[in-house]
Write a protein that binds this ligand. Structure first.
Ligand code: OGA
Ligand code: NI
Length: 383
């Protein structure tokens, strides 16, 4: 199937739904020489921790990190803290994830998205089925020029069955609904490539969460309780087909990831743009040996604004298709999110009221399918 065949046919007839008001159109020639997001080498961490880093005994790893006086490790922690505070984004290299795993999952993504649309739609997402294929996601109420495939690390996603989106202080009824992973019959090896990849990236995310906690002056393992058993960790294959309207649409419209951390692999095409503190959009230089890490809204609240979830978007390309694979490292739906008490004092009062992640996630998810007006955002909980 040729490249044009990759564009779902409905996109041609619905093309108006993708077009952004001029103010929010992407800059297709962002300055690649501009100050770029930090690239952080994780080798000093692995050098100090050794094989222990392959396991998930977070408190044992934490004891070593917190007590080590190794200058390279201390400066790595400081770099991570600085990147989270100044950029909300960084890339990591020397992360110990093999290029072979990444190559396999990228191949799987290419194979899957080149299947006929009817095949992909057999495992389609819907209002109550949160996992599988979707070619009509909305971000900020505009269609994204992308098709996606989502799966959950646990094999299912549990969500509140319903939410009262009008009542933002609301929790949710105790009834929950599980959606299960939907795997396509083809291409061969698809599921295994996706699952093996997720385990590796989830492990890396756990290590990064610990380093970020230490950079806030907190114990390494203070936050893992929200992720280790129940969680809403989800991975996604993004396919951004080439696009004749590249200067008027986005692959993903500007947004802040609503969860805790996102760890993303991308191919060499480029298109991810990040809003710098001064308001300029800058391109993230693609590096095939790196993962892009960004702070989500939950980490912003936990850190009481010390670290910022930063707006980002994806531009598409007139000639080239692009693939990216984010893992959304998100906690259990039971998690009530609030500024960590250890970071609060008279000079640093809490900036947010507590909110429930399950309620937030379900409300946001509904907005991916229906135009519900303004999406729920953490600023609604600002004190
Ligand atoms: C996302 C996202 C960026 C990319 O899926 O939330 O921001 O480069 N993706 O695909
Ligand atoms: Ni994002």
């Amino acid at each position: 199937m040729g490249q044009l065949g990759n564009i779902p046919s409905s996109w041609n007839t619905d093309s108006e739904a993708f077009i952004l008001v001029s103010e929010h159109r992407p800059n297709l020639e962002p300055n690649l020489e501009a100050d770029d997001i930090p690239v952080i080498n994780l080798a000093p961490f692995f050098d100090v921790i050794g094989v222990e880093a392959e396991g998930e005994n977070w408190s044992a790893i934490g004891a070593v990190v917190e007590h080590s006086k190794d200058p390279a490790l201390r400066s790595l922690v400081a770099e991570i803290g600085n990147a989270c505070a100044e950029w909300g984004f960084f890339q990591v290299v020397d992360h110990k994830i093999s290029p072979e795993l990444l190559r396999k999952v990228m191949e799987a993504a290419k194979g899957f998205f080149s299947l006929p649309l009817e095949e992909k739609k057999k495992i389609g997402r819907s209002f109550d089925q949160h996992l599988g294929y979707n070619d009509s996601e909305l971000t900020k109420n505009t269609r994204d020029w992308k098709e996606i495939f989502d799966w959950a690390r646990l094999g299912f996603m549990e969500m509140p069955e319903s939410v009262d989106s009008e009542n933002r202080s609301g929790r949710y009824s105790n009834t929950t609904l599980k959606s299960y992973n939907q795997w396509p019959a083809k291409p061969d090896g698809f599921r295994e490539a996706c699952e093996t990849y997720t385990e590796a990236v989830v492990h890396l995310s756990g290590l990064l969460l610990g380093l970020i906690s230490v950079s806030l002056g907190l114990p390494f393992d203070i936050l893992h309780q929200y992720f280790d058993k129940d969680n809403t960790i989800r991975a996604r294959l993004n396919h951004y087909p080439h696009c004749p309207l590249a200067n008027m649409v986005c692959g993903v419209n500007r947004h802040i990831d609503s969860g805790a951390l996102t760890v993303l692999a991308q191919d060499s095409v480029g298109g991810l743009q990040v809003k710098r503190k001064d308001g300029q959009w800058v391109a993230v230089k693609p590096r095939e040996d790196a993962f892009v890490v960004n702070v989500g809204a939950i980490l912003q609240v936990w850190s009481n604004d010390k670290y910022r979830g930063v707006e980002h978007r994806v531009s598409v390309n007139e000639r080239k298709e692009r693939f990216s694979i984010p893992v959304f490292y998100d906690p259990s739906i039971k998690t009530d999110v609030f500024p960590l008490p250890q970071l609060l004092d008279e000079e640093h009062p809490a900036q947010y009221q507590s909110y429930n992640w399950g309620f937030f996630r379900r409300t946001r998810n509904n907005g991916n399918f229906k135009q519900l007006g303004e999406n729920i955002q953490i600023h609604h909980y600002r004190i």
